[in-house]
Design a protein. Structure first.
Length: 268
């Protein structure tokens, strides 16, 4: 047996080496946790009620995970022509969108929050960003915040996230409320946000110091940032309303054409 002093010295040296080594960063969340991590972050950042954005992601891109025994939002989801496609990777999701566009399909929903590329053409600079969970969820959060600013009601804003057509919005809201009411502590069959989500930094408390120009500059920077966020949210909500009006007008024209054709056929 070695002398206890040498054993202690070796152990102390090993402990010091561990403490002195740089902290190891946590590995990035697995694909099944990406959407949940981002929705939790954006809810805190934009003051969205807890689990509401997460619940929307479940309704939009949810798929059942038999191993986790839960429905999770999948970041590589593509929906077009009435069919949802759950791709195994970001690269394959991008390739699928390109294949659809090559066939002339424009009405395509993508990512965690199923942002529609036709109605939101300026949401992302490219498909790589569109399938980036952080960018996808952040855009959806700003969009939802803008709808809340226009309606003053979170459930209504959430239903308008899907459609402003009354019947479609009502059906979506009913489904969403079931998911939202089930995202309690136990999750009730839906995945809760990752425990590794980093807290979102908020504006530091500032004490007024007479003559402190730096404090005033910091206050002005935060006010300008908040105003810019509100302006963007309003712009997004306005773009959404215009898109829905155009959609309604297109459906009305098609209905009138169909009715005219039917009347012509009846007369003959």
């Amino acid at each position: 047996m070695r002398d206890w002093r040498s054993a202690w010295g070796a152990g102390a040296a090993a402990l010091i080496a561990v403490l002195a080594s740089p902290a190891q960063a946590l590995p990035p969340p697995a694909a099944e946790n990406l959407c949940a991590a981002e929705t939790a972050t954006q809810e805190r950042l934009y003051g969205i009620p807890a689990a509401l954005l997460h619940s929307i992601s479940i309704v939009e891109s949810g798929r059942y995970d038999s191993q986790a025994r839960a429905t999770i939002a999948w970041p590589w989801t593509v929906t077009a022509e009435g069919q949802g496609r759950y791709l195994p990777s970001k690269a394959e999701a991008i390739a699928e969108v390109r294949r659809l566009k090559a066939r002339g399909v424009q009405n395509i929903d993508v990512g965690c929050m199923q942002v529609n590329l036709r109605y939101h053409p300026d949401a992302f600079t490219n498909l790589d960003q569109a399938f980036d969970p952080a960018a996808n969820v952040a855009y959806a959060a700003r969009f939802l915040k803008g709808l809340f600013g226009a309606t003053g009601n979170w459930p209504v804003a959430a239903s308008y996230y899907h459609s402003q057509t009354p019947s479609l919005a009502a059906a979506y809201r009913e489904r969403l409320m079931k998911v939202w009411n089930g995202t309690g502590a136990a999750g009730a069959g839906t995945q809760v946000a990752s425990a590794r989500v980093s807290p979102v930094p908020h504006a530091p408390p500032l004490k007024q110091v007479p003559g402190n120009a730096q404090v005033e500059q910091m206050r002005k920077a935060w006010r300008d940032s908040a105003a810019a966020s509100r302006d963007e949210a309003s712009r997004i909500a306005d773009a959404y309303r215009k898109a829905r009006v155009s959609e309604y007008q297109l459906r009305r024209v098609k209905f009138q054409e169909a009715r005219a054709a039917l009347n012509t056929a009846t007369r003959h």
